[in-house]
Write a protein that binds this ligand. Structure first.
Ligand SMILES: Nc1ncnc2c1ncn2[C@@H]1O[C@H](COP(=O)(O)OP(=O)(O)OP(=O)(O)O)[C@@H](O)[C@H]1O
Length: 286
């Protein structure tokens, strides 16, 4: 599957311009991580991709066809976890998934439902009412419904919200496996969620793509722009974006990104988080 997003703009009825001429190409198989600050336009982009919203300008092509023309066929090939999804509190996990499977028109739903319940580690809660689940368990039900029917395209808006570290690792691996032969796009604020598993990273801010490429390529962009120093050295921190402060026995050790490192900073190899923060900080000064 190939998706071409061509100079897409999205302005909400209240006049808010959430996306501004955004272009991006996505191709399976791939696990694509979508990063960006709050309000960058990530959820809006995902809603456009699942045709829950129509762009105000530009177009989206799926395998060369306009999305508007292939919307119905696409829905059958799609799994979507929105950021806020309503669950039916009085249904059990199985009943809810049964309902979602019917909406998707899936055949042999029993086996399919059992399989997704297993893949999200909810076997023990299969017969529990949704209202009795914890936040993380509810999130897993959301992921389960997105996985129903083995979709070719999976769009997951902050799938790891509310999950504990062990579960986050479980899902990271599950998404990575799923993406071996399909297209998975996931948004997150958690860098570790994408660092080790995403082949492609897309950073958006203020409705535009700031970066698209491999995590390694993003890290490269911050080479020479990351330094560490003692807090007392940084008499004035103008132009420095502090990414960490660590209290040590000898004082406060700071890590920062900057366009031009001050002489008192000792250069350090960038991490993905440094590179992301450097990219966003450059945007902020423009
Ligand atoms: N239904 C709406 N009506 C008006 N403005 C909206 C609507 N939905 C989103 N926005 C605005 O569009 C911009 C982009 O929002 P969006 O939810 O796409 O960002 P996001 O990157 O997903 O943010 P977050 O990381 O906080 O979830 C924000 O300024 C937001 O306030």
């Amino acid at each position: 599957m190939e998706i071409n997003i061509q100079t897409v703009g999205m302005t909400y009825p209240n006049g808010k311009q959430a996306l501004k001429g955004l272009s991006l190409d996505l191709r399976s198989p791939s696990l694509v991580g979508l990063l960006g600050p709050n309000g960058a336009g990530k959820s809006t982009l995902m809603k456009l991709l699942v045709a829950a919203l129509l762009p105000t300008t530009g177009s989206i092509l799926v395998d060369g066809q306009p999305l508007t023309r292939v919307e119905r066929q696409l829905k059958a090939r799609l799994g979507y976890l929105p950021q806020d999804f309503g669950l039916f509190d009085e249904l059990t996990v199985e009943q809810f998934l049964d309902y979602m499977a019917a909406l998707k028109g899936l055949r042999g739903p029993r086996a399919v439902i059992r399989q997704v319940i297993r893949s999200v580690n909810l076997e023990e809660k299969a017969r529990a009412k949704i209202r009795t689940l914890s936040g993380g368990q509810r999130q897993r039900v959301g992921i389960a419904q997105a996985l129903l029917g083995d979709p070719e395209l999976l769009i997951l808006d902050e799938p790891t919200v509310g999950l504990d570290p062990e579960e986050r690792i479980h899902f990271r691996n599950l998404f990575s496996q799923t993406a071996q032969d399909r297209l998975v796009l996931l948004s997150t604020h958690i860098i570790e969620d994408i660092q080790s598993v995403c082949g492609q990273l897309v950073v958006i801010n203020r409705g535009q793509v700031l970066f698209s490429g491999t995590p390694e390529a993003l890290i490269q962009t911050a080479t020479g722009h990351v330094g560490i120093f003692w807090e007392k050295d940084a008499a004035q921190e103008d132009g420095l974006h502090i990414t960490a402060r660590v209290n040590t026995g000898q004082g406060v050790r700071c890590r920062a990104v900057a366009d031009v490192l001050p002489p008192f900073a000792q250069p350090s190899d960038p991490t993905l988080e440094d590179a992301y923060l450097y990219l966003i900080s450059q945007e902020a000064v423009q």
